[in-house]
Design a binder for this molecule. Structure first.
Ligand code: UN1
Length: 508
């Protein structure tokens, strides 16, 4: 791993202020960052304090006028170069993500691929930041709208996607003409610093100010500082609903903008006519992929009573084949949870579910042994559940799948919607009426609704996000870019008169 880290241009050991790399110099407490894979120290880092934030903000503000003065397609060219640099670093960065966060190497590479894809998307977008033109009601007038950058965009991201979620936000924010300050999770700072280093080199090669992209490694206090800072026009925050509520309140108090991508409690409905050959792998990947630590992870399975027992049997069999261990070993499907606190939450949830009447069908244990030395490896778990168990309404970031049964589709849709969160959802059916009902306005209430694919692994081309306690924000594809810009409606009078709108006469 040392070679991977060195190749990525990160100087080891990481002694904060002595690293000589401006963006992650911190004056605060020293933090030891250990890998959940083997419990070994990756490096030490000094957390940022208010003063560090202030100096980054000053750099960002110097960079903004320079960056926004560049035509959008030129900004797109810089993002294109970043995408190319990521292609070159895919292997190293994917490995670092896998080691620091604990997700499988395939998923680490997948995450970097998602960054490359959003860069490509943003390059195209840089020539398509279209405004509409309207017909004015007044003769000799032209009315149109145009989009301008916001300024400094703050990005707060979570440990589970240490790099991709930043890229969804940053690549769009940049082509839109903004500069960014990124506060990654303090659980995965090195992946973030590696990204920053890759982009920093692109900026230097193009004679551009480094302040276009900034990373700050800090705790909640820094997040709070960003949220309350009127110099940050938009905060895009990914994390728990609890964190999101606090960000929303703080940003809202100053009437700032926010994009919130918070908790999910995603369900798959399996209809009586589902193709189980497709449903089973989709469920397993959704529930155990990334050790159940995606906001899109499948947490609830709502199965038609006619399929219930046979599907449960098939799932037990499939779970028996899952290889758990070092995520950098490509033979393994599932790595560790992020830390021992997450293991504790997993155990608590399994216990609570059983106390509430759930039946443990598979898993429920922490793994040890020579392949699982960090204490962070747990068994993917299946719990036969009653839909009214309160624990089913909560999101636990762990591979725990609740399975419950239903009789008719409306009941299944009600169960699916009857949680505070509203991120992702899916149905497995070969019946067109059922599929369309699920997608109709009396169907899923989530931001993402899929048919015959699972709840996780969304493509970057669509707008990503969800409703209710998921926060309502949208990032990544479609027209999500509009949230990173301010809309200006312009009316030009080229007539020889001054007619007023609404036919009002005001003759002097
Ligand atoms: C997240 O877990 O915060 O759809 C993002 C997915 C990924 C992104 C998840 N593309 O599962």
């Amino acid at each position: 791993m040392k070679k991977v880290i060195d190749d990525l241009g990160l100087k080891t050991p990481f002694y904060g202020a002595s690293s000589g790399q401006r963006n992650w110099v911190g004056r605060g407490d020293k933090l030891n960052i250990k890998s959940p894979v083997d419990g070994k120290l990756i490096g030490e880092i000094n957390l940022a304090e208010n003063k560090d934030y202030e100096s980054l903000m000053a750099e960002a503000q110097i960079a903004f006028p320079i960056w926004k003065a560049m035509p959008a397609p030129h900004r797109g060219e810089i993002v294109r170069q970043f995408g190319d640099a990521l292609r070159k670093e895919k292997e190293n960065l994917g490995k670092l993500v896998s080691y620091e966060m604990g997700k499988s190497l395939q998923e680490g590479y997948g995450e970097v691929q998602e960054m490359i894809d959003i860069c490509d998307f943003a390059v195209g977008l840089s020539r398509q930041l279209y405004g509409l033109q309207m017909h004015s009601e007044r003769p000799g007038h032209r009315m149109f709208e145009q989009w301008h950058p916001l300024g400094v965009v703050g990005i707060i991201s979570a440990f589970n996607f240490p790099v991709a979620v930043w890229a969804w936000n940053a690549a769009l924010a940049w082509v839109c003409g903004n500069v960014c300050i990124w506060k990654p999770s303090e659980k995965t700072p090195f992946s973030a610093m590696a990204c920053q280093e890759i982009f920093r080199k692109v900026l230097i090669a193009n004679d551009l100010p480094e302040g276009i992209s900034n990373v700050i490694i800090g705790d909640r206090a820094i997040g709070k500082l960003m949220s309350s800072d009127p110099n940050i026009a938009l905060i895009s925050a990914t994390g728990s609903t609890q964190m999101g509520k606090s960000v929303a309140e703080t940003v809202g108090r100053r009437l700032g903008k926010s994009i919130l991508e918070l908790g999910g409690n995603n369900a798959i409905i399996v209809a009586e006519d589902a193709d189980l050959n497709h449903a089973v792998p989709a469920i397993v990947f959704g529930a155990v992929g990334t050790a159940g630590q995606r906001c899109t992870s499948t947490r609830r399975l709502i199965v038609h009573e006619s399929q219930f027992e046979s599907l449960l049997e098939k799932l037990k069999q499939a779970y028996g084949q899952i290889r758990i261990g070092d995520p950098l070993d490509e033979n393994n499907h599932v790595g560790p949870l992020i830390d021992t606190m997450a293991v504790e939450a997993y155990l608590n949830t399994v216990e609570k579910a059983q106390n509430q009447g759930g039946e443990l069908v598979y898993g429920g244990q922490v793994l040890d042994g020579e392949k699982c030395t960090s204490g962070c490896y747990v068994m993917p778990t299946i719990i036969k559940a009653d839909q009214n168990m309160p624990i089913m309404k909560q999101e636990t970031f762990a591979p725990i799948l609740y399975v419950t049964s239903y009789k008719d589709l409306n009941e299944a849709i009600n169960i699916q919607n009857n949680v505070p969160q509203g991120l992702s959802s899916s149905i497995f059916t070969l019946n067109m009426r059922k599929a369309e009902t699920f997608l109709s306005n009396s169907g899923s209430d989530c931001g993402i609704a899929n048919v015959n694919i699972g709840t996780s692994g969304a493509e970057i081309g669509g707008a990503f996000g969800g409703e209710k306690e998921t926060g309502g924000g949208r990032e990544s594809g479609s027209d999500s870019w509009k949230a990173y810009m301010r809309r200006q409606t312009c009316t030009i009078n080229y007539s020889t008169d001054l007619p007023l709108a609404q036919g009002i006469k005001f003759d002097l």
